[in-house]
Design a protein around this ligand. Structure first.
Ligand SMILES: NC(=O)c1ccc[n+]([C@@H]2O[C@H](COP(=O)([O-])OP(=O)(O)OC[C@H]3O[C@@H](n4cnc5c(N)ncnc54)[C@H](OP(=O)(O)O)[C@@H]3O)[C@@H](O)[C@H]2O)c1
Length: 303
């Protein structure tokens, strides 16, 4: 009673064009084949016409028998035909190419419009998250200070040890950092005989189970170290070279003891870029019986 309605096969326009092109292609090849057969028969006929029937006997073009010239001329056209079908693909024609190109351009336009709409939706979110990240870094590092002693060429250490002993510099380091969090790389931590008194040590290491004395905090990134010190009004980055380099973009103050000499070293402080940092304090200290080198206490603040 409710028999199925016979469905007509559905072929879209694109498929139809492909089929039509395939048919045209077959026709082209067929024509080429017929051309080839006619050429062979025709060439044979020309040879026979001259040699057997004596047509045009003795008639020469450029010192060649006329039928040889005729066969070569025909061969040339046949080869041109082959070239058109197999190499130049001219069978598709300029119109077909233009239609395909227009379609492609139309598709690209639609895609571009889609991307534009998506971008419009995402742009405020991206902007918001950028502002959020900037605020986060700003907040985290608002009082982050790097404290370091470096030679004239930014030398800071050799064989995991300091290169000099300057009593007043150590005193200043103690005065500034006491009561605060001090953030350091694993190697700097290992250069101490024992943890420094009256300071919270945060040691950065990639090792999963790095063992430390009680009270020392171990983290696996600089960001995590800053996060651990977030309740400290004045956390310090105390080195070494690897950590200073990573902290340079995050810190907003540098307490630099510039030792006025050059040293043999294997670890260095990054160059202080004067376009980013301005010097806000500079106190010179002469050489004396407790200080082998002249030095200056410099303070830099982010501009
Ligand atoms: N003159 C100064 O004021 C001063 C101050 C401090 C130090 N120093 C000198 O500096 C030298 C030590 O500096 P250094 O550059 O060789 O070593 P460092 O910065 O003290 O420590 C490097 C170690 O920190 C860990 N680390 C670094 N980046 C990390 C990251 N993004 N995530 C997780 N872990 C990370 C790695 O520990 P793991 O290998 O455990 O993964 C790495 O081997 C010594 O000679 C020391 O005396 C001088």
């Amino acid at each position: 009673m409710f028999g199925k309605k016979k469905q007509k096969p559905q072929i879209d326009q694109e498929q139809l064009e492909l089929i039509q092109n395939a048919q045209r292609r077959v026709k082209q090849k067929k024509r080429l084949y017929i051309h080839f057969v006619i050429f062979i028969i025709g060439a044979l006929f020309l040879v026979l016409a001259n040699t057997v029937l004596g047509i045009g006997e003795g008639f020469k073009i450029f010192e060649l028998d006329w039928f040889v010239v005729a066969i070569f001329a025909w061969l040339f056209f046949f080869l041109y035909h082959v070239l058109n079908v197999f190499v130049l693909n001219k069978f598709m024609g300029k119109d077909w190419e233009k239609i395909q190109l227009d379609k492609l351009v139309e598709k690209q336009k639609t895609r571009i419009e889609k991307i534009k709409t998506e971008l419009k939706k995402e742009a405020p979110l991206i902007a918001e998250s950028q502002v959020y990240n900037e605020e986060l870094v700003q907040k985290k590092s608002s009082n982050l200070t790097m404290i370091v002693a470096a030679g004239e060429n930014n030398e800071i250490g050799k064989d995991n040890d300091l290169i000099w002993h300057l009593r007043d510099d150590l005193k200043r380091f103690k005065a500034l950092t006491s009561g605060h969090h001090i953030i350091m790389g694993r190697k700097t931590f290992e250069s101490f005989p024992k943890p420094l008194p009256n300071r919270t040590h945060i040691v950065i290491s990639r090792q999963k189970d790095y063992q430390v004395p009680e009270g020392v905090i171990v983290v696996n990134s600089l960001e995590a170290a800053i996060e651990k010190a977030k309740n400290d009004s004045q956390p310090f980055i105390i080195g070494g070279g690897e950590i200073y380099k990573q902290a340079m973009p995050l810190a907003n103050k540098i307490e630099l003891t510039r030792v006025h000499s050059t040293f043999d070293a294997d670890t260095f402080f990054p160059e202080v870029d004067k376009s980013i940092w301005k010097e806000t304090a500079n106190t010179f200290h002469t050489k004396d019986e407790n200080h082998e080198y002249e030095f200056s206490f410099l303070t830099f603040e982010r501009k």
